[in-house]
Design a protein around this ligand. Structure first.
Ligand SMILES: Nc1ncnc2c1ncn2[C@@H]1O[C@H](COP(=O)(O)OP(=O)(O)OP(=O)(O)O)[C@@H](O)[C@H]1O
Ligand SMILES: [Mg+2]
Length: 408
């Protein structure tokens, strides 16, 4: 391994609007920002890759920019997976270890998880995450880690996050085309949660919604574990398109108007406010006309309510609507839309807030925005997984040592 790259973690978030490659360095247990590259997305449609060539090229440009900033070669990356092809399901399974009490080993835990996962996994799906919710040992539930406990029957309840194998393969192929080897995959909703949620919120029950351009990734945590995941086929671009159609303007202009003057609470916009639209700069503003700013809100508010109703129905269907003691957190670029929280609080009847990602050490302020939650969360998640694996290996080494020393 190149000594320069060994402490670097690189993540790739190939979204519908932007490709983001983010690099951090692990130093004395602290994750430090090293560099990033952002490119406008190419070859992406509705959250999945629709053309390998252009998507690979955009990833390559973002990776080169990141390499230049961090002054080190990037060889491997963790990729984020999102879009409506991602699904989540809760499943349950376990092991009966005979009539004699037995100490539970890590191997037993793995077998129980394997059985539970085979119950919930359809043939054409790839597993993104196996997230244990709780273990039940001889009918005693609520167990987090049963290794070392004694019992006959071990059951596990887990949340299984899966995605379309071909969609995942396309992201891997594009990363490979850009010269990056893929070391792991993470569901973008789980990654965003890592960057914006507190431990208390996960314990009390919280829903995080990562509103991207074309889809919204949802994750609900309850009692510290993932209780539900889903992807809604609606995102910020639906709002932009509504404005473009409603005002007969280009998508580009609609996007600017949404960002600068958009609000999805009609009554929050002063009645007399007017804005100029449709002016073509190339022709000295010809074709410009005035519209009431409220007219924008009259278009945006129904779309926001539609999205939030879809969200509420999805949570109700997943049996988690009443599990959000800490409310709902909105992140992703779409969460920047003014008035979204008011609509969310009135429709979902829980407190709502915008989720900003926790900043990495030395990270530029421009990345501390909701649209980078997934990328930053991928770094944090990867770091946490590495630390956990290292401590498990350390534990195993310690155990082997004491076995050989005859003290175990
Ligand atoms: N200030 C703003 N007000 C309203 N919407 C905004 C604002 N800034 C960004 N957005 C919207 O956020 C969306 C892009 O968000 P983001 O960058 O998280 O998406 P993405 O990761 O590229 O897409 P996806 O996750 O769907 O693949 C766009 O629809 C954009 O219009
Ligand atoms: Mg995204």
């Amino acid at each position: 391994m190149n000594p320069k790259t060994e402490n670097l973690i690189t993540v790739l978030d190939a979204g519908s609007t932007k490709i983001c490659v983010l690099v951090a360095e692990l130093n004395d247990g602290v994750l430090r920002y090293r560099g990033h590259g952002i490119e406008a997305a190419q070859g992406m449609r509705r959250g999945v890759i629709s053309a390998l060539g252009p998507a690979g090229k955009a990833i390559n440009l973002a990776a080169m920019e990141a390499e230049k900033k961090c002054k080190a070669p990037i060889e491997t990356t963790v990729v984020g997976i999102g879009g409506p092809h991602v699904r989540g399901v809760n499943c349950q399974g376990g092991l009966n270890m005979g009539s004699r009490m037995k100490e539970i080993t890590r191997e037993d835990v793995r077998s129980a998880i394997d059985r539970a996962r085979s119950v919930g996994l359809a043939a054409d799906r790839d597993v993104l995450h196996l997230l244990p919710q709780q273990f039940v040992l001889d009918d005693q539930g609520g167990i987090h880690d049963p290794v070392g406990m004694v019992g006959n029957k071990l059951e596990v309840m887990l949340h299984l996050s899966t995605c379309s194998g071909s969609a995942l393969q396309s992201v891997v192929t594009c990363a490979n085309k850009a010269g990056l080897e893929v070391s792991d995959t993470i569901f973008e909703g789980i990654a965003a949660a890592e960057a914006v949620l507190s431990a208390d919120e996960r314990e009390l029950g919280v829903c995080i919604a990562d509103i991207g351009a074309s889809s919204t990734e949802l994750v609900v945590f309850f009692e510290g574990s993932v209780a539900h995941t889903a992807v809604l086929p609606i995102g910020g671009d639906h709002f932009t398109n509504d404005l473009a159609v409603g005002l007969h303007i280009s998508v580009e202009e609609a996007e600017q108007l949404k960002r600068n003057f958009g609000n999805c609470v009609v009554t929050a916009v002063p009645q007399l406010n007017e804005i100029e639209i449709g002016g073509d700069l190339a022709t000295g503003g010809q074709g410009a006309r005035m519209v009431r700013q409220r007219f924008l809100a009259e278009i945006l508010e129904p779309r926001a309510r539609e999205m939030l109703t879809m969200l509420r129905d999805n949570l109700r269907h997943g049996g988690v609507l009443e599990a959000m003691g800490a409310g709902c957190v909105f992140t992703g670029g779409g969460a920047n839309l003014a008035g979204l929280l008011d609509n969310a609080e009135s429709l979902l009847r829980v407190p709502a807030r915008i989720g900003y990602p926790v900043p990495l050490s030395r990270m530029p302020a421009e990345l501390a925005r909701p649209e980078f939650s997934a990328a930053i969360g991928m770094l944090l998640y990867t770091h946490r997984t590495q630390v956990r694996k290292a401590s498990e290996e350390q534990g195993l080494r310690q155990k082997l040592k004491s076995i050989f020393a005859g003290t175990y």
